[in-house]
Design a protein around this ligand. Structure first.
Ligand code: TRP
Length: 454
């Protein structure tokens, strides 16, 4: 732990539990609750879900372990960690590019993430005011459309969300990030269980329908696009490929077992995504709504359900609080790599570094807001600014830095040390080697190429 007398020493998590909750807090976010259900809905449900599960354990988990391992070796921000570890292993400094794309990516992701976080926060108040009572699909659609058209309104909530994020990050690793997750994560678990229980209770047979929709294997629906989406989402959902987990690893003590911690984080992340699906789809089916309606799914369809059921107002408020909490524990992680970089490489203190990075991200967020209204017609490759940022980060930058990380970890680092650090016997280590040296890199390249040309 950092002490007042040793100012120069790098800060650290206070305990394994604190680290695990912070990592899980980063992983569990809008990706699980907002993005996963609508992607599953658009891509035929179970086929996407099962591919995603496979990628989470076979590709996500090993890369998560590698990011922590590299971060713990380097003890610095992702760029200089990559550079130092590469040089220490006798390789070129150019490996820092993995870190550079990572930090840049987290910066870009946060700019649109904060906008959606702002929607979630605003919907708490909309739900509490009873806006959704007795509404039908036309009305919620109209509310959402008006909402997207109102620049000042979106800007206000984006600002509130970004401010909350910066406030927590400015407090530091232990007092900010870790403490926020220790408070919010258990609350999140409880809220989610209440929501699933309620959905099962009010929707009757639709619960079974939702269950089948999510879990009945149907591999005919799986093509290159869905595979790339599932891969990109596995990265997004575990906060991989953006230097985040590397930065989190840099605050980690030597005594923490990486494999078992990673397993717990992946399982928590998967459970939250599945339970979110089971909280959302029964309501969608019970109300005859459209599962494939896209990014608006939880903002347009769910309010109809909340508006027409007993206790729906309270449930709606709880749901959007849950969504906001989950988004906040992730957005703080998205801000951390940039802040860590500025803190270490400039004369700025933590507070100034946080303020400066947040201001730039906030400004880029404004471009995303305008993409929903005034700039909706400005398109590149047929995508508006918001879609473009999402596509560029999730489908291109995350897989590429993930690929860089795994190639570095499996081919450039001394494997013997890794085996000792992970405490693996010969059998499991050969599985690890097979996965990290061959299966994962080849799978990422194939999926990337096929997904992009489709
Ligand atoms: N994992 C978070 C989610 O599921 C989002 C997130 C946080 C993220 N940090 C990240 C995504 C880093 C990619 C990279 O909502």
């Amino acid at each position: 732990m950092s002490t007042g007398t040793m100012k120069k020493s790098h800060s650290q998590w206070s305990s394994r539990m604190g680290f695990m909750l912070a990592a899980a807090g980063s992983a569990v976010g809008l990706g699980n609750i907002w993005k996963f259900p609508y992607m599953a809905g658009q891509m035929g449900g179970s086929a996407f879900v099962l591919t995603y599960l496979l990628f989470m354990f076979m590709i996500g988990l090993p890369i998560l372990v590698l990011e922590w391992l590299i971060g713990r070796r380097g003890q610095k921000n992702p760029i200089h960690t990559m550079e130092d570890v590469a040089v220490a292993e006798g390789h070129s400094k150019s490996w820092r590019w993995v870190g550079i794309i990572g930090v840049l990516g987290s910066f870009l992701i946060l700019s649109f993430y904060s906008v959606i976080g702002g929607w979630a926060t605003d919907y708490i108040f909309l739900a509490a005011q009873g806006t959704f009572e007795g509404v039908n699909g036309e009305v919620t659609g109209q509310i959402f459309t008006d909402f997207l058209g109102n620049v000042n309104h979106l800007l206000t909530w984006h600002t509130v969300f970004m401010f909350a994020t910066a406030f927590i990050v400015a407090l530091g690793v232990g007092a900010g990030l870790e403490r926020a997750c220790k408070v919010m994560m258990p609350g999140l678990g409880i809220l989610l269980l209440i929501l699933v229980g309620y959905a099962a209770y009010v929707s009757g047979p639709s619960f079974g329908q939702a269950f089948r929709f999510l879990f009945t294997p149907d591999f005919s629906a799986i093509g290159g696009t869905a595979m790339l989406a599932a891969l990109g989402h596995a990265f997004f959902s575990l906060s991989l490929g953006m230097g985040i987990m590397m930065a989190y690893g840099s605050y980690l003590g030597k005594d923490v077992n990486l494999l078992s911690t990673a397993r717990t984080v992946v399982i928590m992340d998967v459970i939250v995504a599945m339970l979110s699906g089971l909280a959302i789809f029964p309501l969608v089916f019970a109300n005859g709504l459209e599962p494939g309606s896209g990014p608006g799914l939880i903002f347009v369809t769910l309010p109809i359900a909340f508006g027409n059921m007993a206790g729906g107002t309270i449930l709606g408020v709880l749901f959007f609080i849950f969504l906001t909490f989950a988004a906040l524990t992730s957005s703080i992680s998205l801000l951390e790599p940039t802040v860590e970089l500025l803190e270490e490489k400039t004369r700025m203190g933590r507070k100034t570094a946080t303020t400066v990075s947040s201001l730039f991200i906030w400004a880029l967020g404004i471009a995303c807001i305008l993409a929903f209204n005034e700039w909706a017609d400005i398109k590149l490759f047929n995508k508006n600014i918001f879609d473009l940022l999402d596509y560029l980060t999730s489908k291109i930058m995350l897989p590429i830095t993930g690929l860089g990380t795994v190639i570095f970890g499996a081919w450039m680092m001394k494997q013997d040390l890794i085996r000792k650090e992970l405490n693996l016997g010969p059998f499991w280590f050969s599985i690890w080697t097979l996965l990290t040296r061959f299966i994962i890199p080849v799978a990422i390249v194939i999926i990337l190429v096929f997904g992009l040309i489709q």
